[in-house]
Design a protein around this ligand. Structure first.
Ligand code: EPU
Length: 450
């Protein structure tokens, strides 16, 4: 019991951690094996979903990343009983939570805290939740489609004084909801509310990402009735209650893609273990176009790059398109490809803030609205650079691995919101990267990611 408790404390610890930077001596090819963890964007939906379950849920393959830590802290603050069974397994029992209220400040530090709106509406028929804070891509991250869905299901939703307040008359009622944009967040939130609503909900133009399917599988394994997840029409028949059980989260498509891109950029031969190769197709196809050998196996992918990189064009789209969460990483690799590549961001308004940092390393990138035109250079050179969000940070690490000389990446708090043990995993395949503690800087604060 004592071991369980101290493990829980270390997992839940957020404050007072030292601020670090990564120091990378680039130019070394990568060789060996990397094990992929559970999917961040599935975990940040499944953890809030446990609020709707009566009795304990055992969740396995939970990535130990700060976004998940924050959500666990939020549930704990609301009264959940949380026990860490081992590094990647947690028991969560939300039975003791009595009020649909999460208006405290911690909520503003993570985007996915808004999944509590759907979960609370499902369980309590009302919700009072602090709005997730500003956006880290530089553009707007609206939640109008979430609100539209809840309103169609009979909720009165108001956004005031930084809170989202939603009320119903005895719970949500199923209906048909057409999403005007394909939104992961709105699909998740409406699916959560609908799982315990009266009657049948149909979400049309739904997102199809693997983590949507994973959430549906989790809810179904707890007694929900959700069909069609993974297609653009999801049908949910509300049930009376969800009961506890155990569930294992799928491997992280983007973590795997990031290490695939790292091998493509730095060169070498790495076996990426614990992946679902089908989820990786959209990324593997692009890497093959760039001259990288990608071989699918049962639950791993081998990535080999021994020849110069070739140019290609990439456009990000909702799944099964090329993921926006891989856009900065693939752009970093294309900086050293022969010829000119065009990267088009098709999901977010502004996700190119990181290019100025790559320019410090000698990259030649011109941004024009949703396009980044990348003229390949012979080599990148090490420089001091700073991450501005999670995936941008991953891209800078990749650039550091590719570059000649030393790169120092600051803002690694962003990276650690979504990548467990990135330094150890890269060192394990021969990268020269280390984490160095920075002197205290009260100005350093990690804001919304994911
Ligand atoms: N949108 C609206 N209205 C809404 C919701 C979204 O117009 O009500 C627009 C957005 O502005 C954007 C597009 O729809 O242009 C897609 O947004 P989506 O709702 O799908 O994004 P999200 O749910 O906020 C999740 C991931 C992001 C990932 C996007 C797209 C989580 C916690 N976050 O965000 O992941 O970029 O889907 O795939 O699942 C990351 O992991 O680094 C990350 C940012």
């Amino acid at each position: 019991m004592a071991a369980v408790f101290s493990g829980l404390l270390s997992w839940l610890q957020l404050e007072g951690e030292p601020v670090t930077k990564y120091v990378i001596n680039g130019g070394r090819p990568l060789h060996g094996e990397i094990e992929i963890g559970g999917a961040k964007n599935a975990a940040v939906a499944i953890v809030p979903a446990t609020l709707m379950v009566e009795g304990p849920c055992r969740i396995e393959n939970v990535p130990q990343i700060s976004d998940v830590t924050m959500l666990l802290n939020i549930l704990k603050q609301m009264g959940a009983d949380i026990r860490m069974i081992n590094r990647h397994t947690i028991d969560i029992d939300c039975s003791a939570i009595r009020t649909p209220d999460a208006t405290f400040d911690m909520m503003r530090r993570i985007r996915a805290s808004y999944y509590l709106i759907g979960a609370m509406l499902g369980r309590f028929g009302s919700a009072r939740v602090a709005m997730p804070g500003g956006c880290n891509f530089g553009g707007v991250r609206p939640i109008d489609q979430h609100i539209k869905g809840f309103a169609a299901m009979g909720a009165k939703v108001e956004v005031k004084n930084g809170l989202v307040c939603a009320e119903t008359d005895g719970g949500l009622t199923g209906c048909s909801v057409y999403l005007d944009v394909v939104s992961v967040g709105a699909t998740v939130n409406i699916m959560l509310g609908a799982a315990l609503a009266k009657g049948k909900t149909v979400i049309e133009n739904a997102a199809r990402e693997p983590h949507i399917v994973d959430l549906a599988n989790f809810l179904n394994s707890m007694g929900a009735d959700i069909r069609g997840a993974g297609t653009n029409v999801i049908k949910i028949t509300g049930v009376e209650k969800l009961r506890g059980g155990s569930y294992s989260i799928i491997p992280d498509q983007i973590e795997a893609g990031t290490y695939m891109a790292a091998v493509a950029g730095a060169g070498g031969d790495v076996l990426i273990k614990n992946v679902i190769p089908k989820h990786m197709d959209c990324i593997s196809i692009k890497l093959r176009e760039m001259g990288v050998t990608v071989t699918d196996m049962d639950d791993c992918i081998r990535v080999t790059r021994e020849t110069p990189l070739l140019k290609t064009n990439v456009k990000t789209l909702p799944y099964p398109g090329f993921p926006t969460d891989m856009q900065p990483q693939i752009a970093a690799v294309l900086c050293a490809a022969e010829g000119t590549s065009i990267v088009t961001e098709g999901v977010w308004d502004n996700r190119f803030k990181y290019v100025d940092e790559l320019a410090k390393m000698g990259a030649k990138i011109q941004v024009d609205g949703h396009l980044a035109i990348i003229e390949g250079v012979k080599k990148l050179t090490g420089a001091p650079i700073k991450a501005c969000d999670l995936r941008a940070g991953a891209a800078l690490v990749i650039a550091g691995l590719m570059a000649h000389g030393t790169t120092e990446v600051e803002g690694v708090g962003y990276i650690e919101r979504g990548y467990e043990d990135i330094v150890a995993k890269l060192r394990g395949v021969g990268a020269d990267i280390k984490s160095v503690v920075l002197p205290d800087d009260p100005a350093v604060e990690v804001r919304n990611a994911g």
